[in-house]
Design a protein around this ligand. Sequence first.
Ligand SMILES: Nc1ncnc2c1ncn2[C@@H]1O[C@H](COP(=O)(O)OP(=O)(O)OP(=O)(O)O)[C@@H](O)[C@H]1O
Length: 231
Amino acid sequence: MISLHAGIADRGLRFDLEHGEGRTLAVIGRNGSGKSSLIGLLAGLIVPDPGGTIALDGTVVAGDQWVSPHRRPITLLSQDPTLFPHMSALDNVAFGLRARGVNRQRAREHAHDHLARIGIDQLADRMPNQLSGGQQQRVALARAIAVEPTILLLDEPLAAMDVAAAVELRSLIRNALQGRTGVVVTHDIADIRAFADDVAVLADGRVSDYGPVDERMGDENSLLRRYFLGG
Ligand SMILES: Nc1ncnc2c1ncn2[C@@H]1O[C@H](COP(=O)(O)OP(=O)(O)OP(=O)(O)O)[C@@H](O)[C@H]1O
């Protein structure tokens, strides 16, 4: 469950959004409409203006109290894998668990399981600069889910992938979203079809439309069609 009622005045943004547990929300909107800022607010990378409130799974994380990013039940996968360059794939995935106090041995075993689940356990000992972009993004996905977040944020996760890598990763991300609440920023209607239950359209720094994807895809004049086809 996500409850977001927060603004960033110097960016001209004000979001009001309630999103149900276990559902994936696609966030779409033109460049500069506020998609990355919305993700930053949820992840704890941006502090909202005073008076704003953000609650995740029923816990206030910004507003009356501030919960730092690594203590939120949330992880972020962005377009750029941003792996730690000095750590192997395995240690990258184990990192979040170690930061949460899991001992080294258990963290590495758990990380190995996650790499196996997404089919790259044979790459466990490689350093990031020995992995392709698609392989790095798979490691980043394993790192994001290894800490078992209840909410998974994805900021254009497939934008830098070639077509074949995107198809594979899309299916892995779909699996990763099972049983979780998801928020996916995307410009690709294939992502909406693959992941999303609901869609939010951002315009002029606000949520201008929110609702189930099926309804929004329904007719020729629907907002989604107009957004993707123009006009
Ligand atoms: N670090 C920042 N400091 C000040 N203003 C910012 C900052 N980052 C973004 N903005 C402004 O906030 C508004 C929303 O930007 P944001 O990056 O959230 O939009 P976006 O929808 O993610 O855009 P894009 O599709 O281009 O990535 C824009 O007017 C932008 O100029």
